[in-house]
Design a protein around this ligand. Structure first.
Ligand code: TYD
Length: 214
C-alpha cells in the first residue's frame, strides 16, 4: 500500500526547506513517489495560488477558504488520487490541515464548514501521516523578518498564535496521524527526525526489488 505523507507548519517554521531536503533524500534512495505543494501543484492551482497570495486582492474569509479548497480539489482529484491508485507514494507540502489551522482557527471560520468543503473537494482523502513543524511564533517571525511578505504572511502575531494553537489542537485530536516535531532545533536534527517519521511508515521494497518503493 502506498503512503500519503504531508508536512505542515506556520510560515517561518522552515517547512519549505525541510520539504526540499526530504524530497532530495527520498530521491537519493530511489524511492518511488511524487512530491506536491499547496496551494498549487496543477496549472489551475498555481493560478489560484497567485490570486490567494497577492496582496492586491483582499478577499472575504469565505472566498479564501473556497479558493484554497478549489486548488486542493484540482490537486487531489487530478494528481494525488491517481498516483496513489497507481501504487505510488505521495509527499505534500501542506494539505487540508493548513485550511483547518489557517482558515478555521486563524480566520475564525467554523471548523465544520472548512472540513466539509475540503471533504467534498478531496473525496475525503486523509494523509497516513502528517508531520507538524512546531515553534514559537516570535521565532518564526524573526526568521521571516527580511524580504517582501505575501498576503498571508502580512498577518500579525496574534493570527499566527491562533494558527499554531490550531495545529497543536489537531495534533492532540489525532496523535496517531499527526506527529509534532520541535522546529527550534538545528536543521540537521529536525531533518533527521522527519526522515525517521517518514521511513517508519514507508512501504518496504520487496526482496526482488519490484515492489512499490523499490
Ligand atoms: P507556504 O507553504 O507558506 O508557501 P511558501 O513557503 O512557498 O511561501 O503557503 C502559502 C500560504 O498559504 C501560507 O501563508 C499558508 C497559506 N495557506 C492557507 O492559509 N490555507 C491553506 O489551505 C494552505 C494550503 C495554505
Amino acid at each position: 500500500m502506498p503512503v500519503f505523507i504531508t508536512l505542515e507548519g506556520i510560515d517561518g517554521s522552515g517547512k519549505s526547506l525541510h520539504f526540499r531536503l526530504l524530497v532530495e533524500y527520498l530521491r537519493s534512495k530511489e524511492y518511488d513517489f511524487i512530491a506536491t505543494r499547496e496551494p498549487g501543484g496543477t496549472p489551475l492551482g498555481e493560478r489560484i495560488r497567485e490570486l490567494l497570495l497577492d496582496p492586491a486582492y483582499p478577499m472575504t474569509v469565505h472566498s479564501e477558504a473556497f479558493l484554497y479548497a478549489a486548488a486542493r480539489s484540482e490537486l487531489t482529484l487530478k494528481v494525488i488520487w491517481p498516483a496513489l491508485r497507481a501504487g505510488r507514494n505521495v509527499v505534500s507540502d501542506r494539505y487540508v490541515d493548513s485550511s483547518l489551522a489557517y482558515q478555521a482557527f486563524g480566520r475564525g471560520l467554523p471548523p465544520e464548514f472548512v472540513a466539509a468543503i475540503n471533504e467534498m473537494g478531496t473525496g475525503g482523502l486523509k494523509p497516513h501521516r502528517t508531520i507538524l513543524l512546531d515553534l514559537p511564533v516570535e521565532v518564526a517571525m524573526e526568521r521571516k523578518a527580511a524580504g517582501p511578505r505575501d498576503r498571508m504572511e502580512q498577518m500579525d502575531a496574534e493570527f499566527f498564535e491562533r494558527v499554531r494553537a490550531g495545529y497543536l489542537e489537531l495534533a492532540a485530536a489525532e496523535p496517531r496521524r499527526v506527529k509534532v516535531v520541535d522546529a527550534t532545533r538545528p536543521v540537521e536534527v529536525v531533518q533527521a527526525e522527519i526522515r525517521r517519521l517518514v521511513e517508519e511508515i514507508w512501504p518496504r521494497p520487496r526482496r526482488d526489488g519490484s515492489g512499490p518503493g523499490a
